[in-house]
Design a protein around this ligand. Sequence first.
Ligand code: PLP
Length: 442
Amino acid sequence: QNILDEYEDRTSVSRSAFLKAQDHMPGGDTRTMTSYWPYPVYFDKGQENTVRDLDGNWYTDFLANYGALVHGHNHPALIEAVHEQIEKGTAPGGPTFVQIEHARRMRERVPSLEKLRYCNSGTEATMWAIRTARAFTGRDLVIKIHGGYHGTHDWSQISAFVAAGGEFEQYDRDLDPVQVSPGVPESVLNSVLSIPYNDTATARRVLDDYADRIAAVIVEPVLGVGGGIPAEPDFMRTLRDRTAAMEALLVFDECATFRVGPWQLKHDVRPDLTTFSKIVGGGLPIGVFGGRSDVMKIFDPLSESEPVFHASAFGGNSLSLAAGIAALDNFGSDEIERLNELGSTLRAGLDRMAAREGIAGDAVGFGSISYFHFGSGRLDNAADTAARRANRATLRGLVHLELLNKGFLVGRHGIICLSTPTSNEAVSGLISAFGEVLRKLR
Ligand code: PLP
């Protein structure tokens, strides 16, 4: 009750905004993820790694828009790039030089990206990667990972496969069989199969069973929304070997992992296609998909065969690309390493606080992105994450609110993202605040 009272006292203008917003938007917002009980804080300004709410409270920003704002807010190089570009125009309705400049930088960083194309979000990038795979292979079936998040289009909203009409076996062992958003047609269920993460034996079995029907396997190198769980390299190598043998495409969704250094480079597993978004647009909307040039050739309007039609009024718009170039040019290997190390320091600190307060839980993650999970037990896949989250919604909600009371913004589901303006002191501050919150809740 104390926590709630303090929250409501500090955020009365946000509460009024929440009530007003509901006149216009169901739930008072447009993103399900950013809505929480009793009402969310409404923001009006960001500065470096801080954000200010409508009541004038400042928060140290450990969300960085779910990792997308790798340079925090108002980075001078990004402002300059966007300013310069907006004076020249945002999207001229034809190809631009800024596309070449951005594409060159992407290809320098990710050698498997022989050819690429632009769209507006991670959702679109994964949608296009799958369309590409289906068009190239002439097959329909997509294998995804249970709890794998690739945005919000129909097939990616299927977390666990269920046999609509009983055509497929249910491969998922422990979880609710159906986690599909209302509105996703049943027909989509017959073209997507979901397998547990890091389960090499099941992956091998499913891929072999459906070998001649599989267009693509899509996988995050770290299960992000599914709990911040890194892939076992053996699992990924099995996916690589099996898809290559059956001439299906392997798609890595590196929308989130790109900011820690592409997984495919560290582990030397080369996918056929990769998707990117978030930081590569420097804080503006972007999606990128690409890979093998023989595959991407299906988009070439100059080729003899019928090209795949790819249109988008703002795909590859100059503003996002100019911001993206500035973001990439200011995020070289030194900055990536510094943030990744700071992420390790943070995780160790959160673990230390949980141990000190005698509360079961641990921090997991990858480089500059971390998650805190209460409870104990293995974390290999989304079923493990679901078990760790079960019956702890109130606890997680209170930790989130109390951290806001103390001036720290983290994700409501426990995600913590660092940005280049994040200092060592800010991380120490979050670790201590977390310890105090746990003590209060103990
Ligand atoms: N893929 C991954 C791995 C993501 O983390 C996200 C967003 O969180 C997406 C795709 C979807 O990106 P967007 O929100 O830009 O559609």
